[in-house]
Write a protein that binds this ligand. Sequence first.
Ligand SMILES: [Zn+2]
Ligand SMILES: [Zn+2]
Length: 244
Amino acid sequence: MNLMTDIIFPQRIYCICCGSVIDKTRTYGLCDKCIERMRWAVGRTCAKCGKILDDNWRHELCTDCRNVNHVFDRGFTCVQYGLYEKTVVTEYKYRLKSFIGREIAEIMFDRMEHEDLEYDIVTSVPVHSLRLKKRGFNQAALVAELFAKKSGKPYAELLVREKHTEAMKMLGVYERIENVKGAFAAKPDAGSVTKGRDILLVDDIYTTGSTADSCAAALKTSGAKKVYVLTFAAGGNLVMPEET
Ligand SMILES: [Zn+2]
Ligand SMILES: [Zn+2]
């Protein structure tokens, strides 16, 4: 898995979002327009999961976190999942543009510079071996490894996928929870690394938190003290009619 960091990255000459030609000095490999259009987590965020909150939302927590007790301790995200943010993830995940991983890791690193978070180890959400075969690389692991390197923290693969879960994007909230229940487990030898440690779990997208919870449960079962979650993009806060 360490070979991943040895991937040779092509020079950044195209915007990782819209594909227009940019010069190498552009931040995160994004053109000015895309930087402006993306919704960055620079304002209020949910005190639990880290989702972006609107200024007029009067609670500390998002709708979801007010109703669900998450297994993970705290989540952080960089951007809100919308059209532009989705393009970046899609280009990275499904078009196999591994160099985008470097930019995402950079964005995540800068995001966490604003947080006073202490943790010991960085890990990632594993993909099923069948999917890994199809894509050729584990995109979450690559980002996590690059992020860990920048942060000066050790990276370890601590989780395995127990069953082949359905692709999540077609599923509703409850189906998602069912789908990932028991989907992850700690590796048999993970305990020696996780015991009493605080772990930062890296993933690309946060939606309902069911994947994060399933991974956090597995890590805590193997002795982890705290599990934090860092994602590139998170869905918006679903505002219930009576809340507005
Ligand atoms: Zn662009
Ligand atoms: Zn929340």
